[in-house]
Design a protein around this ligand. Sequence first.
Ligand code: ARG
Length: 475
Amino acid sequence: MKLWGGRFRKETDSLVNDFNSSIQFDCRLYREDIEGSIAHATMLADCGIISGEDKDQIIAGLKSILADVEAGKIEFTSDNEDIHMNVESLLTERIGPAGKRLHTARSRNDQIAVDLRLYLRREIDEIIRQILDLQQAILEQARQHQNTVMPGYTHLQRAQPISFAQHLLAYGAQLSRDVTRLADCKKRMNICPLGSGALAGTTYPINRWQTAKLLGFDAPCSNSLDGVSDRDYALELLSDLSILMMHLSRFAEEVILWCSWEFKFIELDDAYSTGSSIMPQKKNPDVAELVRGKTGRVYGHLMGLLTAMKGLPLAYNKDMQEDKEPVFDAVDTVKMCLPVFTGMIGTMRVLPQNMRRAAGGGFINATDCADYLAKKGMPFRDAYTTVGNLVYYCTENGKLLEELSLEELQNISPLFGEDVYEALSLETCMGQRKSYGGPAVEETSRQISELDQFIQEYRAKAASAIGGHREEVQA
Ligand code: ARG
């Protein structure tokens, strides 16, 4: 008979049984479910709601279940619907009547809300660690390429010269925002719904501050209805993961372009490329393509859960069981993408000569040519038009700006002097862009040390987060 079978006189239809049960996917919450129950039992005893003896039996029983699950000795069953009822049934099987007291003053509604927060909180720490590893790989490549000139693009048209370090550090900055966004999400997630009961709290004299503290939460949530209805933390995490994947996808797209024959700015390591079953010459950037592809999947989970939640009246509705698979899959996907992306970036071979060659065409020093005239006194807008005419002249005559003779240049403006050639060299154009945040070595050095500090700071935070959360439950 079901744990809730009392008011029923018929067995559940077997299709309904399968349809209704969530154990196939919420079984991964076994550890959090047991942790929550241990805290709950401890509090019940401390508040005099169950005896100390019952509490001891409950905790010993829960720990033995945890050990057995971890040893692969337990088969959960869909007859017990979800992880909460599976654990409770096992407990009662093992310790008898005391097991039946565990569910005093709580409901599966507050149980699932607490389990999911505990689980996602841990996953956030892990994802942050993985992002920091990727930032480290970016940092190491950037350190080696502060003087590697490449074309910077707008509209995918060559625009102005930058360094490869500058380009990579832009991704480093995006990822720093991902880290702080996730840390912020975790802060808001770290509020405890346990004790909300089914929706309306309880008449027992429970101590919600105690369970919150035992589980490493900052506080209990202040409204019991909200406690069981809220899935903002899951949505917030899915949003953060979507933005993170968007960043990885843009980076992936560039990696794919860069290793094409048309660009050949980089060569991926053999260990991070794949071949073709028919074309013997092929070396494909499958890793980058898959990351780009999996981004759609994470976005989809965000839209799926937003849509599932949008019409729900307060408080718990079974629709909310649909939160788990998308969140789990998004977390799994991100955790798969990050380390392989890090390996791909860390091992890619950069081809500075090809970048330099590409930077040589496309008139990417045209802005600098206009700046040259403006610094000699011509209003910038006039200088802009003058250089536009020069570029036209060059394209008609198959020349680059720096290939024009001084005579040709002076025909257009007498302000041109011998020093223009130095001003037009790409090394000058890149190296003189010393404005704050620019590609000059002085500035990429500053960005590199900032990123380095950021990584160290958050690595320390991630390390203390593990220690800072309550003692991990030991089986
Ligand atoms: N398996 C359920 C879920 O994931 C747990 C909460 C069930 N509560 C209920 N009243 N049926 O949402």
